[in-house]
Design a protein around this ligand. Structure first.
Ligand code: SIN
Ligand code: CO
Length: 385
């Protein structure tokens, strides 16, 4: 199943003219997807311990309440008929139909996706007018929701003292009523407000990852701290006597910058870090390793017995290596190095669903060694079928 763009647009047009640039409403873009998940099933997920969920209630013009899950049945029995919404994060990790939705957006690198969040709203229910720092595809799955969008704002003023981020000012520039199967794409920073209309409604939001530069800097420097050897120290072998001993000469600053740049600007380290960083899991999405270890020799038998899939929590990416190896595979924040002849296998491993015995045909022993690790970590698991 693929996203059906408006007839006048192909994927490259969408990427050139809308992606990260301007909103696009796509009517009937996902007519054939399985959106049968019911409000009760969503509520059930929101009652589970490990699932991140929240409820937003609007009591008055500027009075918003935020409740955090997990919820229990009672929490749902005492709600008003109007003005509340339930939101459940990371549904793609728990329900195959939500993971399947991500495949409709195959033209965006898979490591850019964060999650599918599903919201349920009664009439008047919403999270208020806000901006997000990431791109989002708002997919109407059930019922109708009125979306208003405003300007693109960099650093918006928010209403004070509220548990959620609500814009202090919101002026709708465009407004649409979305029906099941319609999709609204919003680039980062566009003010938006989606309110449940008549009856109840469900929206599946495909959210992208957009780490802040501060977050990337923090992560990269942390990564470097593990790489830089302890014996790497500040040195100044070409010292001359100074008129003022307290003065810091430009060449002293340069010596320090050179020492930092050697690490900060190393292209191979940056490449390795970027792959690890983008495949790291959120802390609560922990994947338990297998208890019984699998040896390489058992892999063919295991692939005869089952079809395999990437664990729904796991994150995968690969790139051409620039250092000691031709290919780098990144899984759940870890790097695996592979020779160039594994390229097509690597691609299958990261992109294909499900994985079958094709993956093993003429595979290099280095690839099989990596497969064994992936199976033992449970990052690859048998399909349920
Ligand atoms: C919602 O589904 O109510 C909120 C989605 C969003 O605004 O990003
Ligand atoms: Co939003």
């Amino acid at each position: 199943m693929q996203l059906q763009l408006p007839a006048s647009l192909n994927i490259q047009d969408f990427l050139d003219n809308y992606w990260q640039k301007r909103p696009l409403l796509m009517r009937n873009a996902l007519q054939n997807h399985d959106f049968s998940l019911s409000p009760d099933e969503l509520a059930g997920l929101a009652c589970e311990e490990d699932v991140e969920s929240r409820m937003v209630l609007r009591h008055d013009q500027n009075e918003w309440e935020l409740r955090h899950g997990p919820f229990d049945e009672q929490a749902f029995s005492r709600l008003p008929d109007q003005n509340w919404t339930l939101l459940v994060q990371d549904v793609d990790k728990y329900l195959p139909e939500a993971a399947e939705l991500l495949r409709a957006f195959h033209f965006i690198p898979s490591w850019r996706f964060d999650d599918v969040m599903i919201s349920y709203a009664v009439p008047g229910g919403s999270v208020g007018p806000h901006t997000d720092t990431y791109d989002v595809f708002l997919v109407q799955a059930r019922g109708r929701r009125r979306w208003q969008i405003g300007n693109r704002i960099g650093n918006p003023a928010l209403l004070p003292d509220l548990p959620i981020r609500i814009l202090a000012e919101f002026e709708a520039e465009q407004e649409w009523l979305l029906e099941a199967g319609d999709v609204l794409y919003l680039p980062p920073g566009v003010a938006h407000w989606g309110i449940g209309e008549d009856g109840d409604c469900m929206t599946w939001s495909v959210g992208l990852r957009a780490p802040s530069t501060a977050e990337m800097l923090g992560s990269y420097t942390q990564y470097l701290l593990d790489q830089v050897p302890e014996h790497d120290h500040y040195r100044d072998p070409s010292l001359s006597p100074q008129e003022s001993p307290a003065r810091i000469l430009p060449q002293a600053c340069s010596a320090a910058s050179d020492a930092l740049d050697r690490w900060l600007l190393d292209p191979d380290l940056r490449q390795r870090w970027f792959g690890c960083f983008n495949t790291e899991l959120k802390e609560h999405l922990f994947i338990e390793p297998r208890t019984e270890t699998v040896e390489i020799s058992r892999i063919p038998e295991l692939f005869r017995q089952h079809r395999w899939q990437r664990h729904p929590f796991s994150r995968w990416a690969w790139q051409e290596g620039s250092g000691s190896s031709d290919l780098y595979l990144f899984v759940c924040g870890e790097l695996f190095e592979l020779p160039g002849n594994c390229r097509s296998k690597l691609q299958q491993l990261c992109d294909r669903h499900p994985l079958n015995q094709d993956l093993l045909r003429d595979a290099d022993p280095a690839f099989l060694r990596v497969l064994a690790r992936l199976i033992n970590e449970n990052w690859l698991e048998p399909c349920d079928d």
